[in-house]
Design a protein around this ligand. Structure first.
Ligand SMILES: Cc1cc2nc3c(=O)[nH]c(=O)nc-3n(C[C@H](O)[C@H](O)[C@H](O)COP(=O)(O)O)c2cc1C
Length: 168
């Protein structure tokens, strides 16, 4: 049986890619082979016995690429364990209403394929890196800038997911 795990992600400014890499590194520590790839570059799902798919949240939603990927491959994805993660600043504030909103960003993909687990992690927002449009939006919503990523939480989640998808 295939014994690799796929960690696939979308990103606009790189912070979700680094979260995906951290998840991959943690899984490798458990001795498993892992491919960490932008979701658009994944050609073939047959080598994988599980997949972890993540996106940053933009204006309450996942980026389109992972949603399109999950929709396209839903039949195959339903046959292996799947976990989803979302990266967004709202998670840095942590209130229940705010976390609910971050969780809602995954509603569509959860309806397509039910995950064994979901993770919601704080991200990074640095106005100097943003496009003009994105900078205007974050000014309007008065978002706090900074790097709020919590590597310990990311690694702990990767371990928890691994315990759910590890072979018996
Ligand atoms: C225009 C814009 C809109 C955003 N909207 C949300 C949002 O609705 N909810 C949220 O939690 N984070 C939001 N964020 C924060 C991003 O999700 C966060 O910066 C994330 O780390 C970006 O990931 P990336 O670097 O992989 O693109 C927004 C950021 C920008 C620039």
């Amino acid at each position: 049986m295939a014994d690799r795990i796929l960690v696939a992600y979308a990103t606009r400014y790189g912070s979700t890619a680094e979260v995906a890499e951290a998840i991959g590194d943690e899984l490798r520590k458990a001795g498993v082979a892992v491919d960490v790839q932008p979701v658009n570059e994944v050609q073939d799902l047959s080598p994988y016995r599980a997949a972890i798919i993540g996106s940053p949240i933009y204006v309450g939603k996942w980026l389109p690429e992972p949603q399109v990927f999950i929709e396209r491959h839903q039949q195959h994805l339903r046959t292996i364990p799947i976990a989803y993660f979302a990266v967004g600043l709202t998670a840095a504030d942590g209130g229940p209403e705010i976390l609910k909103k971050a969780e809602a960003s995954m509603d569509q993909v959860r309806m397509l394929v039910t995950p064994v687990d979901i993770g919601i992690f704080p991200g990074r927002l640095e106005s100097g890196r943003l496009s003009l449009t994105d900078r205007t939006i974050i000014k309007l919503i008065r978002a706090k800038t900074g790097d709020f990523r919590d590597w310990e939480a990311v690694r702990a989640w990767a371990q928890a997911v691994y315990s759910k998808i590890a072979p018996l």
